[in-house]
Write a protein that binds this ligand. Structure first.
Ligand SMILES: Cc1cc2nc3c(=O)[nH]c(=O)nc-3n(C[C@H](O)[C@H](O)[C@H](O)COP(=O)(O)O)c2cc1C
Length: 160
């Protein structure tokens, strides 16, 4: 018998995760994106990562169509962006400083790092879709990361 939804949510919330904003370029030429913690590295050779995107999200439509996405690793100072991109629909980019990656997906300035990907595999998985992306470009900064744990934001405590 599968686990009940409430328990499942509570247990998953106990897994501390880095916060990302997954962005893509819509076929209408507009940028789209959502806050996501369901991100992981998959393979070093070739360089692969994955993100899991809710089928009901607006970004899903555009990731599915464009087959390109960038995963922006939010920095400690970007909690406001996490909240902004966790609201569905509307123009989330507005006055936000961004630039286009090699694939065309927007990169957010001030992030802790990013991977820019072409989706090589799109897997149907329950109410989400798993996008496995080949990494075309990547970079990181010295900015400390933003974490999410049990419904609250946090940061990495540097080792003494
Ligand atoms: C901390 C946090 C983590 C989230 N992680 C994911 C995720 O991994 N995948 C996902 O599809 N949605 C995730 N969400 C929810 C989306 O950000 C939210 O549904 C968003 O409104 C979708 O925007 P869109 O409909 O404009 O694409 C997360 C939200 C928060 C606050």
């Amino acid at each position: 018998m599968p686990i009940d939804k409430q328990t499942f949510r509570r247990v998953l919330g106990s897994f501390a995760a880095g916060v990302t904003v997954v962005t893509t370029l819509g076929e209408d030429g507009q940028p789209y994106g959502l806050t996501a913690t369901a991100f992981t590295s998959v393979s070093l050779e070739p360089p692969l990562v994955l993100v899991c995107v809710d089928k009901r999200s607006e970004s899903h439509v555009h990731c599915h169509a464009s087959k390109v996405f960038a995963v922006n690793f939010l920095s400690r100072d970007q909690e406001d962006l996490s909240r902004r991109f966790a609201v569905s629909g509307g123009d989330k980019f507005g006055d936000l400083p961004t630039h286009r990656s090699a694939t065309g997906a927007p990169l957010l300035h001030g992030s802790a790092g990013y991977v820019d990907c072409c989706a090589i595999n799109v897997i149907d998985a329950g109410d989400h879709t798993v996008f496995i992306g080949q990494v075309e470009s990547a970079d990181c900064s010295d900015a400390p990361p933003l974490l999410y744990f049990r419904g609250a934001y946090g940061e990495v405590k540097p080792k003494a």
